[in-house]
Ligand binder design. Structure first.
Ligand SMILES: Nc1ncnc2c1ncn2[C@@H]1O[C@H](COP(=O)(O)OP(=O)(O)OP(=O)(O)O)[C@@H](O)[C@H]1O
Length: 261
């Protein structure tokens, strides 16, 4: 059986200057590889600017890597013929749900969009699925009639999660999904994500600065240092016996992280 989701040697550079006398390419990712199975969580950690969000955008198809491979259930999803499977099965949760919700349209309209693009459901089936995912994230179906500004930050993040779930994906990439929320709300959203993982056997790629949370939430961890994979392995191994000074410093700097006895 192939792994659910595998990345091999991903690289990505950006052009940063048009001046031929200056170095014009910035290498943001270099040789990133991992594998993930159903129900597992891979955390991606690293300093600001280490390439975490770039990796997240590549994993959901919002950016193209310069080289490397991505496999979903053994299929090369960088090939055009698997585009739809990629779109359906690997979905993103943003840090700030407000950014992904158009303020001028109702929640129903926002949630209907992926269903129009990703299914052949009729209007009634779309409404039923929207009601179903809203209930799954602890919101009332009638909230679909409202506009984004009528919700709290935590409720908007629940809507962002509902939107990610619409097409019944198997992998969710969550880029700092709780870091813009109040601490009390963060725990509720984390518990919701854990509960959904249990119920749906979801795999998560979880990007976070909070290593205490990563320790509690993840099975594996990938440490990025300036775009290079510094360490990768079970979270218990990497955090209890970090091989590199960089990882040790990240752990020391993270307030929430508790060293194992
Ligand atoms: N479109 C782009 N064009 C040029 N450079 C970019 C682009 N997107 C990101 N970068 C650069 O790539 C590097 C990695 O950025 P990225 O946002 O992936 O890091 P990050 O680890 O997610 O940071 P943070 O934790 O602050 O969100 C940074 O130096 C950033 O300035």
């Amino acid at each position: 059986m192939p792994n659910l989701f595998t990345a091999k040697n991903l690289t990505k550079s950006y052009r940063v200057s048009n001046n031929p006398l200056k170095k014009s390419q910035l290498e943001v990712l270099h040789g990133v590889s991992f594998s993930l199975n159903p129900g597992q969580t891979l955390a991606v950690v690293g300093e600001s600017g280490s390439g975490k969000s770039t990796l997240a955008r590549i994993l959901v198809g919002a950016e193209t890597p310069d080289s490397g491979q991505l496999f979903f259930e053994g299929k090369n999803i960088l090939s055009k013929k698997h585009k739809f499977e990629w779109f359906k099965n690997i979905r993103l949760i943003f840090q700030d749900a407000s950014a992904s919700l158009n303020p001028r349209i109702t929640i129903h309209q926002s949630l209907e969009e992926p269903l129009k693009n990703g299914t052949d459901y009729n209007a009634t089936q779309r409404s039923d699925r929207i009601a179903e995912v809203l209930e799954m994230v602890g919101l009332r179906p009638e909230y679909a009639k409202r506009y984004p500004h009528t919700f709290s930050g935590g409720q908007r993040q629940r809507i962002g999660i509902a939107r990610a779930l619409l097409l019944r994906p198997k992998v969710i990439v969550a880029d700092e999904p709780v870091s813009s929320l109040d601490v009390s709300v963060q725990a509720q959203i984390i518990n919701l994500l854990l509960d959904l993982q249990d119920r749906l056997d979801l795999a998560y790629v979880f990007i976070s600065h909070d290593l205490g949370l990563v320790q509690h939430f993840s099975d594996k961890v990938l440490v990025l240092n300036n775009g290079t994979q510094e360490e990768y392995g079970p979270v218990s191994d990497v955090f209890s016996q970090p091989k590199s000074k960089y990882t040790l410093e990240l752990l020391d700097a993270s307030a929430g992280y508790k060293k194992p006895e």
